[in-house]
Design a protein around this ligand. Structure first.
Ligand code: PLP
Length: 436
């Protein structure tokens, strides 16, 4: 009897343990399924995998494209955001050249360069900014203050803070010619500031008094090269030159404006690094911008600046001394953009339902050739009888941003052309075959 009961309890234990193991296995499978669908989980998995601080971190396996899901024909293609994942291929080819290792004890102080007006600018990054502009010839850096920001988004806010009078009776008007970058109105008004307020399309602006005009050239969303449009004095011009690089437009001369904004997001493709820089002529404006960044984030990530310095260095080296393994960055991405625009125009022609902006060729002093703008976005117009282009393309599972968000009508949409190859190819194929 004693033996029987011990066998019985052993069997019981065996069954229990099998059941427990099975449920554990099921749980692991279920959890890993969940995380593979979620790019956020994938990213934290990658970070966990690289938790040895001395190891060169290879997070190179890119997370799955958030813009692609499901079988090719049924996939939703999300081209709403200008996420520059197209650039991954170039940087993967660069391998360890653009890898940096930051020991745990480094970058601990708030301060980078106490003698500099922009005390949180890493000197190495400042040096590489000047070097790159000299090589490309797209901006004057002499007699300019460099202010680094958490993306050019923070610098834009710093500029608004710096140039608006703090004792004025009413907020300063901020304008930009439509179609304008859709984030300008939202960022300007997000805090309902007493210093500045969004005043819409610069072409319609007729209010007396001081104003800030944002000049984006080449422009987001339509890709045209631009000058200021408000034709009177009393305005402060802010030149957003995020796309003034040879893969998008001919570099005809070094830009020489009072306030110029640049970002790695659209030049090197490192949007996730969140680094931008401003070249500012006026010392007082630069000082106030630094003050704003001090107030909003006590400086800018040193780790990101060090990484940005390395990326710019590799890029400049690739232009100055190309080799078999290191092809010149701008030539390489120029060709990708040229091919994407060729395929896009072909698809638009084949479909017959859309139109795209036309550009005149200009001579590029960097690439030594003439070419037409090949913007980061397609500013697509749906022809009649389609009234709402965004809605129409959504019904074909292509997600875009409506013209309404850029201050114009719903017959236009903005489409990112900086997505990964696979997604871009799927997009042009689908666009080409759309018929009413
Ligand atoms: C014209 C323009 N300015 C600024 C930005 C934002 O740049 P960042 O990623 O550096 O904040 C963008 C991003 O799309 C842009 O198109």
């Amino acid at each position: 009897m004693g033996r029987l009961s011990s066998i019985f309890s052993l069997r019981h234990l065996l069954v229990l343990s099998l059941a427990a193991n099975a449920s554990l296995i099921l749980r692991v499978v279920y959890e890993s399924d969940k995380s593979s669908l979620n790019p956020v989980n994938q990213r934290s998995d990658a970070l966990m995998a690289g938790d040895d601080a001395t190891q060169k971190t290879h997070f190179s396996a890119p997370s799955p494209p958030p813009s692609v899901a499901g079988a090719a024909e049924d996939r939703v293609i999300n081209l709403d955001h200008g996420d520059p994942t197209m650039y991954e291929t170039f940087w993967q080819k660069m391998g360890d050249k653009s890898t940096i290792v930051i020991p745990g004890w480094q970058s601990m102080s708030y301060f980078s360069d106490v003698g500099n007006l922009c005390w949180f600018l890493e000197p190495e990054f400042g040096k590489e900014i000047v070097r790159l502009h000299k090589i490309v010839g797209n901006a004057v850096t002499e007699d300019r203050y460099i202010v680094v920001g958490t993306g050019s988004t923070q610098l834009f806010q710093a500029v608004l803070y710096a140039v608006s009078p703090h004792d004025a009776a009413e907020p300063m008007s901020v304008v930009s010619a439509a179609p304008y970058y859709s984030s300008y109105p939202a960022i300007t008004d997000c805090l309902k500031s007493g210093l500045y307020t969004w005043a819409g399309d610069a072409r319609e602006f007729n209010k007396d008094g001081p104003f800030i005009e944002l000049v984006t050239s080449p422009n987001n969303p339509d890709g045209h090269t631009r000058d200021s449009v408000v034709n009177r004095t009393g305005g402060i011009l802010v030149h957003d030159l995020a796309y003034y690089w040879p893969q998008y437009t001919a570099i005809s001369a070094p830009a020489d404006h009072g306030i110029m904004l640049f970002t790695v997001s659209k030049s090197t493709g490192h949007a996730g690094m969140r680094i931008g820089w401003a070249l500012v002529k006026d010392r007082e404006v630069a000082k106030k911008m630094v003050k704003y960044i001090e107030l909003s984030s006590i400086g800018v990530s040193k780790d990101s600046q060090l990484r940005a310095a390395r990326v710019l260095k590799v890029l400049s080296d690739s232009c100055e001394s190309p080799s078999n393994e290191t092809q010149p960055f701008f030539n390489s991405v120029y060709h990708i953009m040229a091919e994407r625009w060729r395929l896009l125009r072909e698809a638009v022609k084949h479909s017959g339902l859309f139109s795209l902006p036309e550009f005149s060729p200009a001579y590029c002093r960097f690439l030594n050739q003439s070419f037409e703008n090949q913007p980061a976005f397609a500013w697509l117009k749906c022809e009649e009888p389609i009234e709402d282009c965004e809605e129409f393309l959504r019904s074909k599972k292509i997600l875009t941003r409506s013209g309404r968000q850029f201050g114009v009508g719903p017959q236009y949409v903005r489409i990112s052309l900086l997505d990964r190859d696979e997604n871009f190819s799927l997009f042009v194929k689908r666009l080409s075959n759309i018929h009413l």
